[in-house]
Design a protein around this ligand. Structure first.
Ligand code: SF4
Ligand code: SF4
Ligand code: SF4
Length: 252
C-alpha cells in the first residue's frame, strides 16, 4: 500500500504548530517511516502538488490566502486545521474587533496603506473550506498530533476530548483558581493539554477553544457562584475566544 503523502502549509501564524510537529523528536521516528512528507517549509525544501493529507497552519487573512486554501482543498483527500489560528482564527481574530485601518496603522506604522495589506477580516480555515479534523491549541499538543497521525494511519477517527479542562485539573488535584479569588476559563475550555497553566497557578486562557455545549454544562453554576455568566467570561478571555462572539456555531 502506498504511503500517505503529507503536506504542511502555513498562513497567518507564528509557525509554532509546525515546530511542535518537529518537536516530537523521538516519537516522530515512529511516524516518518509510514508516511511521505512532500511539503514542509520548516523542515525540507521540496514542494509538491500531489498529497493526500494537508495540514493547514494559520488563519486566513487575505483574499489571496482564500484562493490558495481552496486549491489545497481540491488536491487533498484529508484536510486538517492545525492549531488555534487555523481552527478558529486564534489570536489573529482579535483584530476583527477594531477598525481594520487602526490595526494596520498599529502594526505597520507609516507603511500601513500598502496594497498588500487588505482590509480583510481574520477567518478560520473552516469558514472557507471543509475541514476534516481539527488539532486544537496554541500550539497544538504533541499528544493530539500523534493521536491524529496514528488515527490517519489506522483509518479511524482521532480521539479528541470534548470535556472541560477542569475535569483533568481536578484529577491532578490542583487547587482551583476560583477558590483563590481568581477566574479561569478551564470551566468551558476543551481538555487534552494536561492543564499546564492551572497546574502552575496560571489561568487557563482557553487556547484549545470551547467544549461543545459550553452554555449548558455545569460551568454555569461555577460561574454563577463567582457572579459571572458565560458571556462575561468569554469577553474577559477574548484573546483566544473572539470566534465565540462571531461564529453562530460557537455561540450555541
Ligand atoms: S496556534 Fe499558536 S503556536 Fe500555532 S501557529 Fe497559531 S500562534 Fe503559533
Ligand atoms: S476553573 Fe481552572 S483552576 Fe479551577 S478546576 Fe477548572 S481548570 Fe482548574
Ligand atoms: S490550560 Fe488552557 S490555556 Fe493552558 S494549554 Fe490548556 S487549554 Fe491552553
Amino acid at each position: 500500500m502506498a504511503k500517505p503523502r503529507l503536506a504542511f502549509f502555513s498562513f497567518a501564524s507564528c509557525e509554532g504548530c509546525q515546530l511542535q510537529f518537529l518537536n516530537l523528536e523521538d516519537e516522530i521516528l515512529d511516524i516518518v517511516p509510514h508516511v511521505d512528507i512532500v511539503e514542509f517549509r520548516e523542515a525540507i525544501d521540496n514542494h509538491s502538488d500531489d498529497y493526500d493529507v494537508a495540514f493547514i497552519e494559520g488563519s486566513i487573512t487575505r483574499p489571496a490566502d482564500e484562493a490558495k486554501l481552496k486549491k489545497i482543498r481540491e488536491r487533498a483527500k484529508v484536510l486538517v486545521a492545525f492549531g488555534a489560528c487555523a481552527t478558529n482564527g486564534g489570536v489573529n481574530r482579535i483584530k476583527n474587533f477594531q477598525p481594520l485601518d487602526d490595526v494596520r496603522k498599529c502594526v505597520y506604522g507609516d507603511k500601513w496603506n500598502i496594497p498588500a495589506l487588505d482590509t480583510y477580516p481574520t477567518k478560520s480555515v473552516a469558514e472557507i473550506v471543509k475541514v476534516d479534523f481539527n488539532l486544537h491549541g496554541c500550539p497544538s499538543s504533541k499528544k493530539d498530533i500523534l493521536e491524529l497521525c496514528r488515527a490517519l494511519l489506522q483509518g479511524r477517527p482521532p480521539r479528541v476530548p470534548d470535556y472541560p479542562v477542569c475535569v483533568d485539573c481536578k484529577l491532578a488535584e490542583n487547587l482551583c483558581l476560583f477558590h483563590k479569588g481568581d477566574i479561569c476559563l478551564g470551566v468551558i475550555t476543551r481538555a487534552g493539554c494536561d492543564q499546564p497553566c492551572p497546574t502552575v497557578g496560571a489561568r487557563c486562557i482557553g487556547c484549545r477553544g470551547l467544549v461543545s455545549d459550553h452554555n449548558k454544562n455545569a460551568a454555569q453554576d461555577v460561574l454563577a457562584e463567582a457572579g459571572l455568566t458565560t458571556d462575561d467570561i468569554l469577553r474577559e478571555f477574548r484573546l483566544f475566544q473572539a470566534y465565540a462572539e462571531e461564529l453562530p456555531v460557537a455561540k450555541k
